[in-house]
Design a protein around this ligand. Structure first.
Ligand code: ADP
Length: 427
């Protein structure tokens, strides 16, 4: 299980270290993305400072941001969006996490005196969930936690999550070249259209034209599941992170057939191929009298990572070209913030586009779908999500209510990947 972190060394906690009831923070909403490889969890936790407001004139931020509805009572809770993930085949760990944090009993109810944090009745408990596992594991969630999974469409969720992050969270999108991250300021008026490439177990490519306006234009089955599955067979690695670590130490030139291997060390300048360009991934293995055991697992892992990342970068660019899209955002947990993966994808996009297009990555790469499912609570008690940040020392907020963004400042992303924000709950 990994919780709260997005990049770098993620905080790992054994399930028996998890806090038992009552949780330190109150949780008001929880959403899941149950994929083929990983279960992604997004939940909002508050510091319990619930400001009740039914007087519109006093509701400054909401009023300014134009969310107010004359005849509804709202409660604005400040807190954070938290993130966690689990391997899908270890779904029991996820159930245990949700149960130990009482996430499935989260909710806010209003009594005659105003708002009060209260666990909802189990039979009223509904969790928004996306991904194939929302169908596959619905009965398990009902049986183990007594909750119903309210299924949210996977593509809708991915796009809603990506749009939210790109518009509301600062330092979310970045380019990566030669070990350097460069954060992009996204101009909200110049975001669409873009290509969203989600590299999960498989790869989906979606042309996004606006909020809720998108089309899945391509994809490939050669994705993160292929890297992890083939890598596991070839290297005997026990975990995805071990495989990534291994690839870090390897040298793909030992196995890949390079242009120079074919041209006697020379470039093929006429068509712009340098001697170090890969002519055939794993191609050297055919010409050498070697068995798998004769290769270092590090080199095999490196070659595999390079082959898959290159291929995805190339297909992504071809689709961007197909629709005249300049910007390509890459998400999904295959990327894992891994330098070599991002570098390879970036080089591929740059190479095939002759420098015309660039690959941009998202810090919350794997949580797009879960975030989108979270945002779909709109109309189910969660009517607004505001991310916070300090701009010129003045606290400002930006509100996302699923339709449009009401301000042009950005949300604050903590080091551990959680996002400071407020949710607006209605009765
Ligand atoms: P899905 O929704 O298909 O599960 P994800 O975006 O969660 O897609 O990405 C899954 C991919 O992420 C895996 O196929 C693998 O390449 C990679 N990955 C990253 N971390 C892990 C992990 N701890 N266990 C398994 N796969 C991981």
């Amino acid at each position: 299980m990994e919780e709260s972190g997005i990049r770098g060394k993620l905080e790992e906690r054994e399930s028996n270290d998890m806090p038992s009831t009552p949780p330190i923070d109150q949780v008001s909403h929880l959403a899941l993305d149950i994929g083929g490889s990983l279960i992604k969890v997004v939940y909002f936790s508050s510091d319990c400072n619930c400001s009740v407001d039914d007087d519109q004139d006093k509701r400054l931020p909401e009023k300014n941001l134009g969310i107010a509805s004359a005849n509804r009572n709202y409660c604005t809770l400040s807190g954070r969006l938290n993130f966690a993930k689990f391997e899908t085949h270890k779904i029991d760990d996820c159930l245990e996490f949700i149960s130990s944090k009482q996430l499935h009993r989260c909710g806010i109810q209003m009594n005659s005196d105003g708002w009060q944090h209260e666990a909802l009745e189990c039979d009223k408990n509904i969790i928004k969930a996306t991904g194939g596992g929302a169908f596959k594991f619905a009965n398990l969630f009902k049986e183990k936690l007594g909750v119903s999974l309210d299924k949210v469409d996977e593509m809708n969720s991915l796009v809603a999550g990506a749009n939210f992050l790109l518009k509301a969270v600062s330092s979310e999108a970045f380019t990566y070249r030669d070990g350097q991250k460069e954060y992009e300021q996204i101009d909200h008026n110049d975001l669409y259209p873009y290509l969203l490439v989600n590299i999960g177990s498989g790869v989906g490519m979606i042309k996004v034209d606006g909020d809720k306006k998108f089309e899945r234009v391509s994809g490939t089955s050669v994705g993160g599941g292929t890297f992890w599955g083939l890598g596991k067979l070839l290297t005997k690695c026990k975990s995805f992170d071990d495989l990534l670590e291994l690839s870090h130490k390897g040298n793909n030139r030992v196995i890949d057939m390079l242009v120079g291997d074919i041209y006697g060390g020379m470039d093929y300048t006429k068509i712009g191929l340098s001697s170090t360009a890969i002519a055939s991934s794993f191609g050297k293995a055919i010409s050498e009298n070697k068995e798998l055991e004769d290769y270092r697992p590090e080199d095999v892992a490196r070659s595999l990572l390079r082959m898959i990342s290159n291929n995805i970068g190339q297909i992504a660019y071809l689709n961007a070209l197909r629709f005249g899209l300049k910007r390509i955002f890459f998400g999904g947990f295959f990327i894992r913030g891994h330098a070599y993966t991002m570098d390879t994808i970036s080089v591929a996009v740059n190479f095939w586009s002759k420098g015309e297009a660039k690959a941009t990555f998202l810090r919350h790469e794997g949580f797009l779908g879960a975030l989108g499912a979270f945002l779909s609570y709109k109309g189910h008690g969660l009517d607004g999500l505001m991310t916070h940040q300090q701009v010129d020392s003045l606290p400002k907020s930006v509100c996302w209510n699923g339709d449009e963004l009401r301000s042009s400042v950005f949300g604050n992303l903590n080091e551990n990947g959680s996002i400071e924000c407020s949710v607006q709950l209605s009765n």
